[in-house]
Design a protein around this ligand. Structure first.
Ligand code: GLC
Length: 723
């Protein structure tokens, strides 16, 4: 929980931890490093309920996963606190990724809002609901940078940019944890999955990640460093290898970088059976070896598999693990429990349990949903629809009246509180209109469209196609939906397509025939109402894409923060010998940072506060102001996200052609202008090298600074970095 302005809990509770450690047996110490799961909801194998109760009573259990409810958790807590020898309380953990009772939009949607306040709202509502139901620890935020749309877990991420992932990881961590982990509306957060999980080859879950040190440090690690500096209480190891060494047994990442370089003093927890999986990786010979490798590498608590607790005593006796490492791991777990207030208040007040979404929570989820939507196309001004219309609006497609739009990793709420459906929401938004409905059948949908003044066509992915172990080799719309779009388009009547999906999709074969296209992602409990808010203009769409949309699977990976290559392809040139496809147009279908509005904006050239800065001045903390003017040149109030990018055109490590280093979402009235000020400092103008020991450099020379409304920004100023 290191925060520059706050001492570590291991410092704060040093005496209490030492005193308790001194009274613990080796078996009890190993027990604190064990987390068992009550149900088998989130991984292979079943629940461990009998083992949980037995271990809790014996004082040989640190934490329980996948059990919530004040009464349920209190029952187990009494076993640990009142029946075991030392009465060390349990900490209850759950994946509260984007909501507990109130399901907010999926994290990829929230990232599209380009607004940290959006994730803070989710985190604060979620923490309050979860904490009142006995949960003290959430395995969130996930901050795996990824440009792999085949990977189902892109839905849980904040997309392909390290800076956006970092800003939102900090916001979400602070929203969950607040300033006092012991508060009755806060929970410990978990930065996951450490590290580079989003780089899995082929997008196939749990697959190999082979990454250079510079890309590890410039691309995958920044969100974790930001979360650690923001005081994140725990970190979860990733399932993948990192350049041949599994993340669960990787001393370079877990200890070298996380604990030694960064000074992380919280708890590193394994992912589900990740310790045992060191055997399957071909890295550990057996369970005892897996326990030794994981604990020694810097892992502190084992989730579900029981290799550390099972072999730790013998490993210690054989000198294969050290008492110092064992005590360090236990001290981290105990310090977390002290910081959570578990020793003073181990039980949850059952009378204060929140049992359903409040109206305020629903309103927050609805506004978050609307702010997270991205208007990809709007030719001919089909949108916004007229809420005063007395005409006919057809709402058609497989998701027209769907009530499961929570998305992957939705909390317990998705089983009790259906999403608001789009059909009912359109009816409520346009009370004087005749609203008709047709489902996924193309003929019926086309008939409804022919009879209507305008059609809303809702297509996309069922939530099951998204999330962990939900990898798609083909990321087109599911079977039959492109045909449905073609049938509605063939009527020649105005229509808008609403996309409900958990990943970028290849939409090239139908997008040209669609006048208006709204990316709504999986918007959560208030889905239909949030979509209607945007369709009818109650909320102006202002979201931007946090991920590129590839034209075809064959083009993957395609992402904005790419290297130039030695033979960059200029679409205006017909040069043969350049980096391009013979059979595909250049670049993604839609770029990172793309998103339209119901009005229009212009942004000015970036204006530097000073033309140059010295490497030493940057090292001393000097920052450069960059001012950018933005104007609403249209007829309606709207939101714009002004983005700031840098590019170092000459460097000892080839730099990305664009790196996002600032963004601000603003609401402007028609004709209104505003001057935004960004700042650039050492962390924006340098980069990590391939040096394993971690070497960050800022090299003299020109740095191009771009400002605009997507990663295609061309307005440029050049800063000179001097020796
Ligand atoms: C899963 C996920 C991880 C989650 C954990 C506990 O396998 O990889 O993100 O927090 O298990 O459910």
């Amino acid at each position: 929980m290191h925060r520059p302005d706050r001492p570590h809990p291991t410092e704060v509770y040093e005496n209490e931890v030492k005193e308790l450690l001194s009274r613990m047996t080796v078996e009890e110490k190993l027990g604190q490093l064990q987390q068992l799961t009550w149900t088998g909801d989130t991984g292979p194998g079943g629940g461990q309920t009998e083992e949980v109760e037995r271990a809790a009573r014996a004082g040989l259990l640190g934490s329980v996963l996948n059990l919530h409810g004040a009464a349920h958790t209190n029952t187990l807590q009494r076993m640990a606190v009142e029946e075991s020898r030392l009465g060390i309380p349990l900490v209850f953990g759950l994946d509260v990724i984007h909501g507990f009772w109130t399901t907010f939009p999926i994290p990829l949607a929230q990232a599209s809002a380009f607004d940290p306040e959006v994730v803070v709202r989710d985190a604060e509502v979620s923490a309050k609901e979860a904490r009142s139901n006995g949960i003290r620890w959430t395995f969130s935020p996930m901050m795996d940078v990824t440009h792999e749309p085949r990977w189902g877990r892109i839905a849980e991420s904040c997309g392909e940019d390290p800076y956006l992932n970092a800003v939102l990881a900090v916001a979400k961590t602070r929203g969950y944890q607040g300033d006092d982990l012991a508060a009755d509306d806060r929970v410990a957060a978990c930065a996951k999955h450490f590290v580079a999980y989003g780089g899995a080859e082929g997008g196939r879950d749990y697959n190999t990640v082979d990454v250079s040190e510079q890309r590890l440090r410039n691309h995958y690690l920044p969100p974790f460093k930001a979360a650690v500096d923001a005081g994140v209480a725990t970190v979860m190891a990733a399932f993948n290898t990192v350049s041949g060494v599994p993340a669960h047994g990787n001393p370079h990442t877990l200890t070298g970088i996380l604990k030694e370089e960064w000074g992380f003093d919280g708890v590193v927890v394994s992912d589900y059976t990740g310790v045992e999986e060191l055997i399957a990786h071909g890295y550990a010979a057996d369970g005892a070896d897996a326990a030794r490798l994981a604990l020694t590498a810097g892992l502190d608590m084992e989730m579900v598999s029981t290799r550390i607790a099972g072999h730790g005593e013998q490993l210690l006796a054989d000198g294969l693990i050290t008492e110092e490492r064992l005590d360090d791991a236990v001290a981290r777990v105990l310090a977390l429990k002290f910081a959570l207030g578990l020793f003073d208040h181990p039980y949850t007040d059952e009378s204060a349990a929140i049992d359903e979404p409040t109206p305020e929570a629903r309103a927050a989820a609805r506004d978050t949903g609307a702010r997270s939507m991205v208007l990809l196309k709007n030719d001919g001004g089909v949108l916004p629809l007229d809420a005063t219309s007395s005409g006919t609006i057809a709402v058609v497609g497989p998701f027209a009246d769907h009530t499961d739009l929570h998305g992957t990793w939705a909390g317990p709420g998705c089983r009790r509180f259906p999403s608001a459906g789009l059909l009912d929401a359109v009816r409520a938004a346009a009370p004087d209109a005749t609203v008709t409905h047709a489902g996924a059948d193309a003929e019926a949908a086309a008939e409804a469209a022919r009879a209507a003044d305008v059609t809303v066509l809702a297509v996309g992915e069922e939530p099951e196609l998204s999330g962990e172990a939900a990898v798609r080799a083909d990321i087109a719309l599911p079977e039959g939906q492109a045909e449905l779009i073609a049938a509605v388009a063939a009527t020649g009547k105005p229509f808008v397509v609403v996309l409900l999906n958990g990943r970028p999709l290849t939409i090239g074969d139908w997008v040209d025939g669609v006048p208006a296209l709204l990316e709504a992602w999986h918007p959560g409990i208030e889905a239909g109402r949030a979509i209607a808010d945007v369709l009818f203009g109650a909320v102006a769409p202002g979201g931007k894409l946090p991920v590129s949309f590839p034209r075809a699977v064959g083009q993957i990976p395609v992402y904005y923060n790419r290297e130039s290559t030695g033979r960059p392809h200029d679409p205006r040139s017909d040069e043969k010998y350049v980096s391009k496809y013979l059979d595909l147009a250049d670049g993604p279908q839609f770029v990172f940072g793309h998103g339209l509005s119901y009005t229009t904006f212009t942004t000015g050239e970036p204006v530097l506060g000073q033309p140059s800065v010295g490497v030493g001045e940057l090292g001393d903390g000097q920052r450069i102001d960059v001012r950018v003017a933005v104007t609403n040149t249209g007829e309606r109030t709207g939101d714009e996200v002004v983005q700031l990018y840098v590019h170092d055109p000459v460097a000892s490590i080839a730099q990305p052609v664009r790196r996002l280093r600032g963004f601000e979402r603003v609401t402007l009235a028609p004709g209104e202008s505003r001057e935004l000020t960004f700042t650039l400092g050492a962390d924006d103008l340098g980069f990590w090298t391939n040096d394993q020991s971690g070497r960050y450099v800022i090299e003299p020379g020109a740095i191009d600074v771009y400002a605009g409304t997507s990663s295609r920004a061309e307005a440029r100023a050049t800063l000179t970095v001097t020796r």
